[in-house]
Unconditional design. Structure first.
Length: 261
C-alpha cells in the first residue's frame, strides 16, 4: 500500500468552525433539496496501523445483516438526519442510504466540516433535553460508564454491528466500561479510513463528551476492522488513528461513491 494520501484526518481535537463553508461542487448522483472477556486499559499505542491489506480482502464477502424493524427505523432516522443537515438527499433504502448520505458528506466537505456536520446530525437525532437530563442525573462514575457500555451494546448494533461489553482497569479497579466491536459495520461498508475517523470516531467522541459529559476514546483496528470504545478515557492529543493511510484501491467509498481519499 502506498503511504501517501490526501484525505485529512487531523491531528487531534481542533477547534471546529462556527459556520460551515459552502460545499465543493456536488457529484451528479445526488439530488440537492436544500462481559466475558478481560482487557487491560487501552493505551493509545494499541491502535493498529494497517501497513498493508492482504489480497484476499477483495475476495471476502461482506457481512450480511438481517435488520429488524427497530434497526431499520434507527438507520432511517440517522440517515435522514444527515441528509437534512447537509441538504444532500438520496433515494437509497436501509443501511445503503446511510452509507450514501455519509459518502456525500465525505465528497463535498473537508475534514473539519465533516465532523461538525455529523455532530449537528446527531443533535438532530437526539433531542437536547434528553442528553441534558442524562448529563445531570448520570455524571461520570463507574455506574454511568458501565451504563453507557451496556446501552451501546443493546441499542447500537444496527450502526456498528455485533458488539459486547468487556472489562478494563480504570484507576486501579476493574470496570465493564469497554465496548468491543469485532467488525465495524460502518467501516466494512465503506472500507474508508477517512470516513471512519471524520464521520464516526472524532464526532462521536466529541458528541458524547459534550452532550453527556462522558469522556470516550474510540480505538479502531484498521487491520481487522474491529474497534474498542473506552468510556471514561480521554482520547490522546496525538491520536495514532489519525496517522492511518487510506486503503487506496480497496476503498469501497472511493470506488462506488467517488470519495476523494
Amino acid at each position: 500500500m502506498e503511504s501517501t494520501f490526501s484525505l485529512q484526518h487531523g491531528t487531534g481535537f481542533r477547534a471546529l468552525p462556527t459556520t460551515i463553508r459552502p460545499p465543493r461542487k456536488l457529484m451528479s448522483n445526488h439530488r440537492i433539496m436544500r462481559s466475558k472477556h478481560d482487557t487491560k486499559q487501552v493505551s493509545p499505542h494499541r491502535v493498529v496501523i494497517a501497513s498493508h491489506l492482504m489480497a484476499e480482502t477483495k475476495e471476502k464477502k461482506m457481512t450480511l445483516y438481517n435488520d429488524n424493524w427497530f434497526d431499520r427505523l434507527a438507520i432511517h432516522h440517522l440517515s435522514q438526519s444527515i441528509q437534512l443537515t447537509t441538504g444532500i438527499h438520496n433515494e437509497k433504502d436501509g443501511y445503503e442510504s446511510l452509507i450514501e448520505a455519509a459518502s456525500a458528506v465525505a465528497m463535498n466537505f473537508d475534514a473539519k466540516d465533516q465532523q461538525q456536520l455529523v455532530i449537528k446530525a446527531l443533535k438532530k437525532a437526539l433531542p437536547p433535553v434528553i442528553s441534558y437530563m442524562i448529563k445531570i442525573i448520570a455524571p461520570p462514575s463507574k455506574v454511568s460508564r458501565e451504563f453507557f457500555s451496556l446501552f451501546t451494546t443493546i441499542f447500537f448494533p444496527w450502526l456498528v454491528g455485533h458488539c459486547e461489553v468487556r472489562e478494563s482497569e480504570f484507576q486501579g479497579k476493574r470496570e465493564k466500561n469497554v465496548v468491543y466491536i469485532p467488525k465495524c459495520r460502518f467501516l466494512e461498508g465503506t472500507n474508508c479510513v477517512g470516513m471512519c475517523t471524520n464521520l464516526c470516531k472524532m464526532p462521536t467522541q466529541k458528541f458524547i463528551q459534550d452532550s453527556f459529559g462522558m469522556p470516550l476514546y474510540m480505538v479502531p483496528n484498521f487491520e481487522d476492522m474491529s474497534c474498542e470504545m473506552i468510556f471514561g478515557q480521554h482520547p490522546p492529543e496525538d491520536d495514532p488513528a489519525l496517522k492511518q493511510p487510506c486503503y487506496k484501491k480497496l476503498c469501497i467509498a472511493k470506488q462506488i461513491h467517488g470519495v476523494n481519499c
